[in-house]
Ligand binder design. Structure first.
Ligand SMILES: [Zn+2]
Ligand SMILES: [Zn+2]
Length: 361
């Protein structure tokens, strides 16, 4: 009980800092300098007017100097972060696991309000969160999840029959895939040389949003089959390589992955597959609706959720967030008569709510 209360207090302090991040990161401002000031009159805020929750109540939600109202978001973020911290401490005690989920919840609160206010998801939360999530997966290993499933799939592939088929297909695929790569060594529009890291089958197309790095011209779709073949070829030949005796070369036979490596794999799978799934959904919807349906910020945010939660929980959170966005957000737009062709739903806000729910409850 006392732990939860202490966690609540430190949560409100973190929430106070989050408020600064939510305001400044989307505007590309520093969160350290200058110090807290009123966004209306620019007057500096003294420490005794900057106490989480309390100062808002004492000052009746107004600036001490110009009496301009302080946005309701400030106390709400402090309260929510405090509550999330209290739940973490109550569930996991004062432990590394609790700290991990406190950080996760705080970053999601930040993203919920940043996306709601600015329709922007700062890279500090999304990209930064992916790296932090991967690092924490090593330090505080996951219990179980998708990684054993992948191991199971690899075991199935090591059946001789599957491997014979794989080896038969892999050779030609690699050949044609490599041939396809040669054709894309120069951009057809600006004729610039494509660097090797922009020439990785499928992956580069996704990372470059299907456009040339220099002139932004669309990369020709006719090369997609070649890229798919190359990617599949690499995948299949690696299966062949790691197969059973007599067929595969078995460089890792008898090697048990340590717990941290399985956990890192889980985290990386979560980040990779979750963001790929959302990116493909967005791509499909954009094709159907002829309108940009979701930003790349959402894709990176989902990657961050996957890195922290692992594949299984992240997919539950994504499904829940999309469902809420569709039902609550869509319903609200209909009710208020918003124009669906120009109004953008803050999908990141719904995803953030779902992520906190799945992680803490
Ligand atoms: Zn003021
Ligand atoms: Zn170009």
């Amino acid at each position: 009980m006392i732990e939860a209360a202490l966690a609540f207090l430190s949560g409100t302090l973190i929430g106070s800092f989050l408020n600064v991040c939510i305001h400044r990161w989307p505007r590309d401002l520093s969160v350290v300098w200058p110090g807290s000031h009123c966004v209306t009159c620019g007057h500096g805020i003294a420490w005794y007017d900057n106490i989480p929750l309390l100062s808002y109540v004492v000052l009746h939600g107004r600036c001490r100097h110009c009496l301009a109202p302080v946005a309701w978001r400030y106390p709400v973020v402090e309260l929510l972060t405090g509550l999330a911290f209290a739940v973490c401490a109550w569930r996991w005690g004062i432990s590394p696991l609790a700290a991990k989920f406190m950080l996760f919840a705080a970053m999601n609160v930040g993203m919920i309000f940043a996306d709601y206010e600015t329709r922007l998801l700062p890279d500090e939360f999304t990209k930064g969160g992916i790296w932090i999530g991967l690092g924490l997966a090593v330090l505080i290993p996951f219990e179980a999840g998708a990684a054993p499933v992948v191991a199971e799939v690899l075991r199935w592939w090591s059946l001789p029959a599957a491997q014979t088929v794989a080896a038969g297909i892999a050779g030609p695929l690699v050949f044609f895939g490599a041939l396809g790569l040669v054709f894309r060594s120069r951009c057809k529009e600006c004729l610039r040389q494509v660097r090797w890291y922009d020439n990785i089958p499928l992956l580069s197309r996704i990372l470059l949003h299907g456009r040339c790095r220099y002139c932004r011209a669309a990369i020709n779709w006719s090369e997609l089959p070649f890229e798919a073949m190359a990617a599949m070829g690499v995948a299949l030949s690696s299966m062949w390589l790691f197969g059973p005796p007599g067929v595969g070369m078995q460089p890792f036979s008898g090697v048990e992955l340590p717990k941290w490596a399985l956990s890192l794999l889980e985290s990386a799978l979560g980040a990779g597959i979750a963001s790929l799934a959302l990116w493909m959904t967005g791509w499909l919807m954009t094709r159907i609706k002829k309108k940009e349906m979701l930003g790349f910020g959402d894709v990176k945010m989902v990657g961050m959720m996957g890195a922290f939660l692992g594949l299984g929980q992240a997919m539950v959170a994504i499904a829940l967030g999309n469902f809420m966005g569709l039902v609550l957000g869509g319903g609200w737009m209909l009710w208020r008569g918003k124009d669906t062709s120009s109004y953008y739903l803050p999908l990141g806000s719904f995803l953030g709510i779902a992520a906190i729910g799945v992680a803490l409850l």
